[in-house]
Design a binder for this molecule. Structure first.
Ligand SMILES: N=C(N)NCCCC[C@H](N)C(=O)O
Ligand SMILES: O=C(O)CCC(=O)C(=O)O
Ligand SMILES: [Fe+2]
Length: 330
């Protein structure tokens, strides 16, 4: 990469990948292999890209953000009916500044949603997150719309992971193996960031402190017209991930960084609010199996003389450790 494009976040049309990734003869499909090549470059150099050609209707994407906005504009007593605590498996509503990143409170409110974990499923490992989701009663359509949205994004993510498997030089179904993401976990956060009030004009507020995502792949559905999400480049400068209508912002998580032996980066990002308007963003996180033991893939290690650049990690342990530091005192 040249110095003046450190970095551009590329826009990738994934339509050919979605159309053909489940066909037996993908190895001969030029359009699909072209998508795989650009995915590989984006994951290697940036760790962030926009996806278009994903096939999700504009109306569903917008509905998800609009319902989220309506919920956050309700009175506190209504929102606190689904309050997140350690007893709800950390599922539900958290007030502004309840989530902590690197010791500092984040200026956002959110509803955290996780794939259901039935008691005992993963033994001790799963205990902290055991539970079913707490859905708002209001707006009434919220639960059904979000459940549909989760199904749709799970399927798109599985297909992007097929492209990434090929990009890494492995079999197309690498991540669908039983021990990896064959029974994958997922997380969704519905986030609201209050606008800056005019009294505090000169101080931007930290909506979400600098962090990396925890799993495989994140798909962010962010409000249009507000710049807030920023991505750190290799020169330690913050580059805005400007909203592009009709796209998802996609980024690599910690587990994919490990599986790829660091060839793909879980890039640091943050949210800085400098707009007077309330901002909604809904990241969807596609994750490994909750109990997956994650360690560099052989295809990747073979490109670095057999050297593993990362220790093995159990995904669920990584997630629970993060969640407990995010909500230490609840
Ligand atoms: N499930 C995900 N990736 N959530 C990301 C939230 C990042 C902020 C969090 N307080 C942290 O310190 O990580
Ligand atoms: O608000 C956003 O657009 C992104 C939030 C984020 O990075 C996260 O929750 O992991
Ligand atoms: Fe994030």
């Amino acid at each position: 990469m040249t110095t003046d494009d450190l970095m551009t976040i590329p826009v990738i049309d994934i339509a050919p990948l979605l159309a053909k990734c489940d066909d037996p003869n993908i190895a001969d499909d030029k359009d699909l292999l072209e998508v795989v090549a650009v995915l590989d470059q984006a994951c290697r150099e940036v760790g962030f890209f926009y996806v278009k050609g994903h096939g999700v209707s504009d109306s569903l994407i917008k509905d998800v953000r609009d319902l989220t906005r309506i919920f956050f504009h309700l009175q506190d007593d209504e929102k606190l009916k689904i309050k997140l605590t350690s007893k709800t498996g950390f599922r539900g509503y958290q007030s502004i500044a309840q989530n902590v990143t690197k010791g500092l409170p984040d200026l956002h409110e959110a509803i955290d949603v996780y794939k259901e974990i039935k008691p005992g499923t993963y033994g001790q490992l799963g205990t902290a997150l055991v539970g079913s989701n707490q859905w708002p009663e209001n707006p009434v359509r919220m639960k059904s719309v979000l459940e549909e949205y989760v199904d749709v994004l799970n399927e798109i993510s599985r297909k992007i992971m097929r492209g990434i498997a090929l990009a890494l030089g492995g079999p197309v179904d690498t991540f669908e193996q039983e021990q990896m993401a064959g029974d994958h976990f997922w997380v969704m956060r519905l986030i609201g960031y209050p606008g800056l009030n005019s009294g505090s004009k000169n101080t931007d507020s930290v909506g979400c402190g600098a962090h990396t995502d925890y799993g495989l792949l994140t798909l962010v559905n962010q409000d249009e017209g507000i710049n807030a999400l920023q991505v750190k480049n290799q020169n330690d400068e913050w580059i805005p991930a400007v909203p592009i209508p009709g796209t998802f912002v996609c980024n690599i998580g910690d587990m994919l960084q490990i599986w790829s032996n660091g060839e793909y980066k879980s890039t640091v990002h943050r949210v800085i609010v400098d707009s007077p308007n309330y901002r909604v963003s809904v990241p969807f996180f596609y994750e490994p199996n909750f109990d997956a033991l994650v360690e560099p893939l052989k295809v990747c290690k073979d490109r670095s003389s057999g050297v593993s650049r990362f220790e093995k990690v159990v995904y669920g342990e990584h997630l629970v450790r993060k969640v407990l530091t995010n909500f230490g005192s609840y």
